[in-house]
Design a protein around this ligand. Sequence first.
Ligand code: BGC
Length: 761
Amino acid sequence: MLEALQPTPEPGWVLTHDGYSVLTESAVESRFAFGNGFLGMRAARSVSRGPTWTSWLGYIRWSSWPRCYLAGLFDIPNTDPPVPALVPIADWCRVRVLLDDVPLLGHEGEILLGTRTLDMRRGALLSSWTHRTPADITVTARELRLLSLADRAAGLQLQRLSLDRDGVEVRIEATFGLAGLGMEPLRLEDNLGAWRTEGTGKSVAMMGAATLRLDGEQLRPERPFPLRSVWRWRSVAGQVAELDRLVAVARADAPDEDPVPHARAALERSRSLGWRGVLAAHEAAWSARWTAGGVEIEGDDELQRAVRFAVYHLTSAANPEDERVSIGARGLTGDAYFGHVFWDTEIYLLPFYTATWPEAARSLLMYRFHTLSGARAKAARSGYKGALYAWESADTGVETTPESVLGSDGKPVEILTGKMEHHISADVAYAVWQYWQATGDDDFFVRAGAEIVLETARFWASRAVPESDGRRHIRHVIGPDEYHEDVDDNAFTNMMARWNLARGLETVEMLRSRWPGRAAALEEKLELGSEELADWRDATERMATGLDPASGLYEQFAGFHALEALDVAAYAHHKVPIDVVIGRERTQGAQVVKQADVVALIALLPEAFPGAMAKINFHHYEPRCAHGSSLSAAMHALVAARLGNPEIALRYLRETAALDLDPDPNSAGGIRIAGLGGLWQAVVLGFGGIDLTGEAPRIDPHLPPGWQSLSFRICWRGRRIAVRVTGDTVGVGLVSGGAMEIVIAGKTCELEPGATVEVPR
Ligand code: BGC
């Protein structure tokens, strides 16, 4: 077992945290969280944690937040307002250690060593600790925990423990942490637990199988009650106890479905492999994902580590096998935002999955297809046609944004994003189109994607109202910059809406010419007639855009330029967001942007910024941005890299990298996965200069000074391409798939299977 507990020896593949501080513990638990898109687990200690129950959190804080999440397991808790939230499931790796009947507790005695190591290469959390008890007994232990990437229902825990004393009565309990479970038990027997959510009628089954060996000899457990195995012995100094525990989890979404047989089958699969087999399959699955999605930077160790950390969490968050779930704003690493799904997924995460893991991208987009009915209902309720996606979405697609939250002064603050942040509909359509362009997955497009594009286009035609000035306006919205609410003609929203309408028209044409049967069926189902299509065309032609042709500048929304000019840089040293410093009211009246808004538009629709326009808009809006969201810096990095401004790009990239890698208490509620997706985009799409939107992929890299090389892989229409950019060349190899064309640094090249082409930069 000892070998399995050794971290990958290369320092670039591991993150290490020593010690324990109540101020940063929750953030460390998010940062070192592990998962497989089905299950996610925070990196809380498994041993000597002590009891956890709900307390008066107003003045006592939990030092740690042990949580295991199951994607898609939502219920509506007793909160005000009542919004669906991810329900934590039993913590399957809790271990109690009692020495001479005294529990080993973290806050008693002295922790002489406490190290957690995130082994990113193997997708495993390792820990080692030495604890001296008040009775002067020293316990030394090492541990590995993982959630299998090879079999998403499976988890594994290995623990190796020894004492420095003879004659101590040792009692080890491998148990499931059941405190704080918000579900009703259905079954609790032997090694099986099953629970059901009260409101949504979903159920979970969990099974465990644990073995303990003392100096290699298996010890028989006592089983005082379900989900607990107990071993006792009298210690001999230096003697080694080895615990291995397999767990299996299954979810059922309908009240009449039983998850137990699925959990049982999963546990059987793991048992037949044994823990070594489970570990080996998991490591092989991670190794395959690193080959497909890894990014290598020579010459910048800090960003190498950051991009690896991003790929680690992006890989841990997705599940290509489940079309009914998507990725929440904190993945499965924390409770912030209740597990809700935002535009973060389509705009910040999808490019990574589309380019490196198309199966995962497809599942995420199918989630939007399955939640179309929620989007249609929201549009209808708001008086519009087509599909208006929920700004915050859980399992059904119904709008789940809380209508208010408590402000820092304890007074409720109204949240308008659920009512007004409509660009989400175009963002979803955008991701569908990008995925289809890059993968050529016609089956997806014809069966699901086209309907999303048509229904969102239809929404925009009903949303953009013709007015007496001859323009169509989209009033009363919130753009990506949420500091300004209830604005008219947000350039990002209108331009994305116009793009969505144009793709809707293109979709109809294309379906009619390539899949006439499907075109007829969809047009009939959606009752889409020529009059409506003419209206879409009109909307694309007459959409208000906020563009001043003389200056080339888009106005972020009608009236933005007239707001108070503010020296945003003068506030940069504050630790809290600018709206807290200067107040909400002044923020709303000032030219201060929460996050990339027009700048995000430059990234998404570069064709809307010909010639010098991209630079003009970037340099106008960049100084006005206060980066009040973790999504902001990465988008600025991406645009700056594409504009050939590596200095600014690197600065923003390092800011993004610091978000979750530094001991920032803001990660307490989970890692900010959109920032990590943005980081990958800035490196691969920005510095790497990858563009997968055309009939042939284009690569036009802008390597920053100091980087000797940048290497990564990309999937394109069934092929896998390996790219290596150095100071003076771009090398591209076709790893798998048929011959293709590729445009490298403006030069069209033929790529043959197995061959590599090298073009000077
Ligand atoms: C940002 C949104 C984002 C949300 C979830 C907010 O602070 O302004 O753009 O979707 O967080 O990450």
